[in-house]
Design a protein around this ligand. Structure first.
Ligand code: APR
Length: 351
């Protein structure tokens, strides 16, 4: 997956490069810097001491030593001084410079902590927002898997206004199973059963079977009624459009290229090729929704695409209600959606 926000200790992430929130002397310190130095060992101190420091907004690279990564990229974030001392640009530059370096060293996966969001005092939600926008801009043009690693004890929020709007929407639409009386009607879509699909196909295609003669209950007279005896082979020959076929058709209809679509969907190239080359590919629900968002589908079209893969949107699921909120409000920025899903402890969209 190209961009993923995860909760973990960054020293435990196996990837090509881990980014360190360092200071200008590259002399080690507390926070993530201290954790990385402890995990990497004395050799990292020695390697850093030969680098001649690093200016704010820039990045330098060393080996990973005892860390489970090949490289450690050291970048120096700005100290927060109220926001009008060029902090946003300097912080964005940390992500850019680190990613350029990672690319130069042919890294396929990179993990970032929230640079400047600890000792340097940058407000966490703004720091996260800059991280997400800068990384996603880079990923639009480059193939790489990037993790933003948020530390266990941290609680952060995305835009408070957006979160409260989503919360309100959830309150109005989310049906918590525990509060739904067993016998009441629950209004949610169910994935169609095989039987439903067969019934629909028979209905739609007007398939008929042999004529059967029997007594009709309502008129009490023998009557001729066509009963249906489906021909399985015929039905299998006339299956509906698959998920993969619908996806490719929609990409064409929207005038997008494949690359534009899978990048916007936060899906990696390999997964997209699998879907493209296998018309019967069975994607996960997160993958289908990622494409629905990238293609800016309406709610009905999204439901249709989900159904092709055997899924539905349900008001019994918080995840589904959040997705519905964004689609109804035509907010199709997958990274914004993922930030909100993350805040609600839900799975995120993408590969
Ligand atoms: N894994 C992931 N994230 C972590 C970890 C960890 N093991 N430890 C801390 N963090 C988080 C913090 O919670 C914070 O959100 O990393 C983010 C960055 O915090 P700091 O490490 O304090 O980095 P920063 O704000 O950029 O300050 C850099 O602190 O340690 C010194 O030498 C460093 O002087 C420099 C300054």
């Amino acid at each position: 997956m190209p961009l993923k926000i995860i909760r973990n200790d960054i020293t435990k992430i196996p990837c090509d490069a881990v980014v360190n929130a360092a200071n200008r002397l590259l002399a080690g310190g507390g926070g993530v810097d201290g954790a990385i130095h402890r995990a990497a060992g004395q050799e990292l101190y020695d390697a850093c001491s030969k680098l001649g420091g690093c200016p704010t907004g820039k990045a330098k690279i060393t080996d990973g030593f005892n860390m489970p990564c090949k490289y450690i990229i050291h970048t120096v974030g700005p100290v927060w001084r109220g926001g009008d001392k060029n902090e946003p640009e300097l912080l964005a530059s940390c992500y850019r410079e680190s990613l350029i370096l990672a690319k130069e060293y042919k890294c396929e996966s990179v993990a970032f902590p929230l640079i400047s969001a600890g000792a340097y005092g940058y407000p966490k939600e703004e720091a996260l927002h800059i991280a997400v926008s800068e990384i996603s801009r880079f990923l639009m043009k480059n193939e790489m898997t990037v993790y933003i690693v948020v530390y266990d004890s941290e609680c952060f929020q995305t835009s408070k206004k957006l979160l409260s709007d989503v919360e309100e929407y959830i309150d109005q639409h989310y049906i918590d199973e525990h509060f739904t009386p067993r016998n009441s009607t629950v209004f949610y879509d169910e994935p169609p059963s095989k039987l439903n699909i067969m019934e629909r196909m028979l209905g739609a295609k007007g398939l008929t079977g042999r004529a059967d003669s029997h007594s009709c209950r309502s008129c009490h007279l023998p009557c001729e009624e066509k009963t249906v005896e489906p021909d399985l082979n015929e039905m299998l020959d006339s299956l509906d459009e698959s998920f993969s076929q619908m996806l490719l058709r929609k990409i064409d209809e929207k005038g997008m290229t494949d690359v534009q679509c899978y990048k916007k969907a936060n899906i990696d190239r390999k997964l997209f090729s699998k879907i493209r080359s296998n018309i019967n590919y069975k994607p996960s629900k997160q993958t289908v929704l990622a494409f629905a968002i990238a293609l800016e589908l309406s709610l009905d079209e999204t439901r249709d695409m989900l159904m092709k893969a055997g899924f539905a949107l349900s008001h019994s699921s918080k995840f589904d209600v959040i997705i519905e909120y964004f689609i109804k409000n035509k907010r199709y920025d997958i990274f914004e959606i993922n930030e909100v899903l993350f805040s609600f402890d839900q799975l995120m969209l993408g590969s």
